[in-house]
Design a protein around this ligand. Structure first.
Ligand SMILES: Nc1ncnc2c1ncn2[C@@H]1O[C@H](COP(=O)(O)OP(=O)(O)OP(=O)(O)O)[C@@H](O)[C@H]1O
Ligand SMILES: [Mg+2]
Length: 202
């Protein structure tokens, strides 16, 4: 438990990431750790402005990729690295896996372009641990149906989210030791139980 860790939450819209993130961070804090909660796109003043555009403004799929990684570079340099360097753990609601899943899987942007940007923006930084909130697309869609407004991604059809989910699974297969796959279709209580197990394993 010496070095501060960088932990990310991933999964399709409606999987339950945001619902569980604060609780997860508090569980780490109860162990005496300093924990910073952040999110993507966003996490900095510029990143939050880019988030607003990304979630609402139609654009070319590759423009979307470039803006995501621009926001990410700012997030890494202004927030993530400084926190880790001062010994603060960082828990981020999404990171680069989401670009591979949404822009790669969902929108079909070639993997090579995403890999190029990943190397450019954070060759020497990867999450120490990624919790993938895995859930059948229909269940996630049902959960989102309570929302009054849906952003540009949440408005996508089921087949888009099937591709996103499959791309997340490919990321896990390529690098299984970095991920904890959470069965996010279960009740709130059972998801919490799985997260407790993860905290115990850190
Ligand atoms: N295990 C669960 N059982 C039932 N409902 C849940 C569960 N987890 C989350 N929800 C509900 O599902 C909805 C979506 O959850 P949440 O906003 O946490 O998803 P998200 O993964 O952050 O989605 P997005 O990527 O769109 O931000 C919320 O209304 C939340 O209360
Ligand atoms: Mg969320």
């Amino acid at each position: 438990m010496n070095k501060a860790k960088f932990i990310t939450f991933e999964g399709v819209d409606g999987a339950g990431k945001s619902t569980h993130l604060a609780w997860f961070a508090d569980t780490l804090r109860q162990r005496g750790l300093e924990v910073l909660i952040t999110r993507e796109p966003g996490g900095t003043p510029l990143g939050e402005r880019l988030r607003e555009i990304l979630l609402n403004q139609p654009m070319h799929a590759e423009t979307e990729v470039l803006l995501m990684f621009a926001a990410r570079l700012e997030h890494i340099e202004q927030v993530i690295r400084p926190a880790l360097q001062r010994g603060t753990w960082v828990v981020s609601d999404r990171f680069s896996d989401a670009s591979f899943a949404y822009q790669g899987g969902g929108r079909g942007v070639p993997l090579a372009k995403l890999e190029l940007l990943e190397r450019w923006v954070h060759e020497d930084l990867q999450p120490d641990l990624t919790l993938l909130f895995d859930i059948p697309v229909e269940i996630a869609r049902q959960r989102l149906s309570n929302n009054i407004t849906l952003d540009r991604f949440e408005q996508e059809q089921a087949d888009f989210f099937e591709r996103v989910r499959a791309a997340y699974h490919r990321r896990v297969q390529q690098n299984p030791q970095r991920y904890a796959v959470i069965d996010a279709a279960q009740s709130l209580e059972k998801v919490k139980y799985q997260l407790e197990e993860v905290v115990l394993s850190i």
